[in-house]
Design a protein around this ligand. Structure first.
Ligand SMILES: C[S@@+](CC[C@H](N)C(=O)[O-])C[C@H]1O[C@@H](n2cnc3c(N)ncnc32)[C@H](O)[C@@H]1O
Length: 273
């Protein structure tokens, strides 16, 4: 079969399966299979389609995330390697990076990214502020490996640590800023099949109401901060008020949240005593 015919059929099949942007996704899959830019796919409709491309399409129709099939995702202008076992960076998380960069911090600020996953937040911050000393922590060995690989690929120096943020492991270190996009999905929350069946549960779920991780950060975070240090937390669509309340109860000074591009309060901002 020729590529142009395959693109037409793949687009129809993806649309039928309820996948958004079916034309774009079929072109991305083809570009990945041929290891070329998407524009090349559009101008070489006569290319014969390899078996591997049909296999990719079947996997996508079975709801494997596109980023796992291509092995990469763009975030904050950088290309991050991703794969099964590590959360795919989301566009709304760029709001957290922007909010962190908007803070007035010491030139050599020490920054900790809790639950770094692919390293997208920590690496984007270190890239934008080379004088900051950025550490990144994750409990998942797969995530730690991806974060280290992405830092190397993107030419950024960060300290990637494997450990459990909830056991207080960082007791001896003090940071000027803690950032985190923690697990925040509740037990009954809806998740699309790509997420529920393919992304790591450890990156998603945080107790019945999805707030367990924030409760722990509200207390542990204080122990890891310099006086008047900041903590910025990404939150789920409806969680900002609840997270602000529990931070205030733990002694944090809560500042107005930052909204994402959809106008949803996405980043809760707080300062320690
Ligand atoms: C929602 S993902 C965020 C990943 C990445 N920061 C991002 O924004 O794409 C949460 C991350 O927290 C990590 N995590 C879960 N529990 C943890 C714990 N107790 N200590 C450290 N990291 C943890 C998961 O492995 C996962 O990588």
């Amino acid at each position: 079969m020729t590529l142009s015919k395959w693109l037409r059929q793949a687009t129809a099949a993806l649309a039928e399966a309820g996948i958004e942007s079916p034309a774009l996704e079929s072109q991305v899959l083809a570009a990945h299979a041929f290891q070329v830019d998407r524009t090349q796919v559009l101008v070489h409709g006569e290319w014969p389609v390899p078996e591997a491309l049909e296999t990719l399409l079947q996997r996508r129709l079975a709801r494997e995330p596109l980023a796992y099939l291509t092995g990469q995702r763009e975030f904050f202008g950088h290309r991050f390697a991703v794969g099964p076992g590590v959360l795919i960076p989301r566009q709304e998380t760029e709001t957290l990076v922007e909010a962190a960069l908007a803070l007035e911090l010491p030139a050599h600020a020490r920054v900790l990214d809790v639950g770094t996953g692919s390293g997208c937040i920590a690496i984007s911050l270190a890239h934008a502020r080379p004088s900051w000393a950025v550490s990144a922590l994750d409990i998942s060995l797969v995530a730690v490996a991806y974060a280290r690989r992405n830092a190397t690929n993107l030419g950024v120096s960060i300290d990637v640590l494997e450990g459990d943020a909830l056991d207080g492991a960082l007791a001896s270190v003090r940071f000027d800023l803690i950032v985190s996009n923690p697990p925040y999905v509740g037990d009954d929350d809806y998740l699309p099949p790509e997420v529920r069946h393919h992304e790591p549960p450890q990156a998603l779920f945080a107790g019945e109401d999805g707030l367990d991780f924030y409760r722990r950060l509200a207390t542990h975070g204080l122990a890891w901060l310099e006086p008047r240090g900041w903590m910025l937390l990404e939150v789920g669509d409806t969680q900002a008020n609840a997270v602000e309340r529990l931070l205030a109860e733990a002694g944090w000074q809560v500042h107005p949240a930052t909204c994402d591009l959809s106008g949803i309060a996405r980043v809760v901002r707080a300062q320690g005593p």
